[in-house]
Design a protein around this ligand. Structure first.
Ligand code: SF4
Length: 424
């Protein structure tokens, strides 16, 4: 047992957890293989939040089944989001371990037991391992105790649980020592961080601790839930120098009846007040949101309210998805998926078209301005980085500038990114 491969799909949390697992396995002396076909152990970080992602996971599992038939010593582990574990165990008996909800934070330990690593290898905490990225996600909390009617997360990720602040601080210090400049704190419902800990800790208190870490330049967090976004958090973003003015705040719909059917637990007016408060303290704050179109029973008038809301709130970014029923959810079992697929698609395009116009207008105001970007790397021969408000900026530079915070002047704008030249 000497090499591993990790296949990851889905959210940033899966990406962050994959990175942590890869580091642990390398510290046990395992090497990253070229791909699953060459690995002794394959870990698949699954996502079933949307139908499309789940289809890809099942496709990958079928491919792994064929590989394992040819190489029976290979171990296969499934972690991340899994919907119905007994069903998956029946369908994929060749899988050696499926991490249940609540065990995903300890998947490393379970893997170490499964592979008997502690018997064969010595854990070397300081062993040189892969360098982390300039910006890294760090899981601080998992699960969700809410029950939005469309959402499968409470059953795939289990109840809410937080990692202790000291563990998070330690992980981030280690990342910073090895080159990370920005961390994105990850959770399905990030404002709930610390409420299960004793003594209780607030997200704003964790942010204050992280703000003290030398060498760390920027802190972001996601995903937010409007019902729990308190004034202390607004103050923390506004007051703490390293916390970026950047909030991802899913609203999901602009109509109170749809929100009620989704059991989101707030109305549009509450959301309006919250972003009013954020913009009052930080007029330039970057705001993104998530929207679902074609939710069961969504009428044309209700959908129009969502368009009106987007026009009024003017987000920097809107992530829009067509509703798809997820097994076991209230919406799937008790509501009729009655908006035809073509109509869902039309609504999706209507949101995309509107958002393109809004983003074009918002970004055009950056033309000629000087902004500071944290440079993350290169793509297609140009450097890229992000502003504090999460605007993606491309620019050319002959100097190696990865990891630096640079002043650049915006020379052209597009709805989804900005181009710039470095200031001298
Ligand atoms: S708050 Fe978010 S994660 Fe929790 S049930 Fe609702 S949509 Fe799902």
């Amino acid at each position: 047992m000497s090499s591993f491969s990790i296949w990851t799909i889905g959210c940033q949390m899966n990406v962050a957890d994959s990175r942590r697992l890869a580091e642990s396995l390398e510290r046990y002396g395992l090497e990253a293989a070229d791909g699953p076909h060459a690995a002794d152990v394959v870990v698949l970080y699954s996502c079933v939040v949307r139908q499309q992602a789940e289809h890809r996971v099942h496709g990958q599992l079928r491919a792994l089944q064929t590989m394992k038939a040819a190489r029976p010593h290979m171990k296969v582990v499934v972690a991340g989001c899994v919907s119905d574990i007994p069903d998956w165990q029946r369908r994929y008996p060749f899988v050696d371990l499926i991490a249940e909800p609540g065990q995903d934070l300890t998947v490393r330990d379970r893997l170490i037991d499964l592979l008997d690593l502690s018997e064969r290898y010595r854990f070397q905490p300081e062993q040189a391992i892969r360098l982390p990225g300039i910006s890294e996600g760090v899981t601080i909390h998992q699960g969700c105790n809410r029950a939005c009617t469309y959402c499968i997360v409470p059953s795939t990720r289990g109840g809410e649980r937080s990692r202790p602040p000291a563990v998070i601080v330690d992980e981030i210090r280690r990342l910073v020592e090895r080159g990370t400049k920005e961390v994105v704190l990850l959770s399905q419902i990030v404002e709930r961080y610390g409420r299960d800990l004793r003594p209780r800790v607030l997200l704003s208190e964790l942010l204050r601790q992280l703000d003290e870490i030398d060498g760390l330049e920027r802190i972001r967090f996601l995903t937010s839930y409007p019902g729990d976004f308190g004034r202390d958090l607004v103050d923390a973003i506004a007051d703490l120098p390293k916390v970026c003015e950047d909030v991802n705040l899913p609203i999901q719909a602009g109509d109170d009846d749809v929100l009620r059917r989704m059991r989101r637990g707030y109305v549009v007016d509450h959301y309006r007040e919250l972003i009013g408060r954020l913009r009052q303290r930080m007029p330039e704050i970057g705001l993104s949101t998530d929207v679902i179109v074609g939710f069961p029973g969504e009428t044309e008038a209700e959908f129009q309210h969502t368009l009106d809301m987007l026009d009024e709130f003017r987000f920097d970014v809107v992530h829009v998805a067509m509703y798809s029923p997820r097994p076991g959810t209230v919406a799937a079992t008790q509501m009729s998926d009655d908006v035809p697929r073509e109509e869902k698609r039309r609504r999706l395009h209507a949101v995309e078209d509107l958002q393109k116009r809004i983003a074009t207008c918002i970004n055009s105001r950056y033309l000629g301005r000087i902004v500071d970007v944290l440079v993350e790397g290169t793509a297609k021969g140009r450097w890229y980085g992000r502003t504090r408000t999460n605007k993606l900026v491309h620019f050319a530079s002959a100097a190696p500038v990865a990891g630096q915070v640079l002043d650049v002047q915006i020379t052209s704008t597009e709805p989804w990114y900005l181009s710039a030249t470095p200031c001298t």
